[in-house]
Design a protein. Sequence first.
Length: 270
Amino acid sequence: MKSIMNAPFMAEMIRTATNMYAHGWDERNGGNISMLLDEAELKEYLTIPAIVRTIPTGFTAPELDGKLFLVTGTGKYFKNVQYDPKKNLGIVRLAENGAEAEVLWGFSDGGRFTSEFPAHMMSHAARLAADPENRVIMHCHPNNLIAMTYVHTLDEREFTRTLWRMETECIVVFPDGVNVLPWMLCGTNEIGEATAKKMETARLVVWAQHGIYGAGRDLDETFGLIETAEKAAEIYMKTAHLPILNTITDEALHQLEARFGVKAREGYLD
């Protein structure tokens, strides 16, 4: 059997967590990542089932029963993932209608999955229903997107339109726009359910005064999705207090739709 440390999905997770910390998105133990794994691929590196222990999840997700996830641990620092993956990451399989997580590898210090695990799993269920290729959920705390939630209306159409106008690539990268939640208590089923509902219509969900959730086909796509939105928010925060002399018009955004074969979210362009 191959060493799991040589698995492409493991290398990609370590590289992404390290990069996210370097970007300043995941201070201390902030942020979390979960990735749906392919069982056939995982069997090359791990005996299944080989249950180390079982952890109650505190929710049910029948549609995810039996699915396998590589996930970051609670209280773990992203900067340490590269040095001790087995302590800071874990592979779990959902069982009993999602009510239990069977630890198959990792969390070697007796730890457990991220406190945002319910929000991740509920979002996975929502995104898989919308697009079966969406296998990654990523949560982090990008400075400018958080700052933007203090000074910009949280109306989703207006929030999205502002980001689209900040740089040409935005409507191409996230034509489905950005959904927004007002401040809610994190780590609860309530915010998980609310996020999952928002994930039905967009791959980006901003948590006001907290951070952002992103979904995508792989870690690179999801990272790039958040990175693009964060850059747009940075441009907004640098210019919002200044007289705006030029902007990307709706006519220009329609031109981008045609040029790149994307379709802006219905009703978001004039």
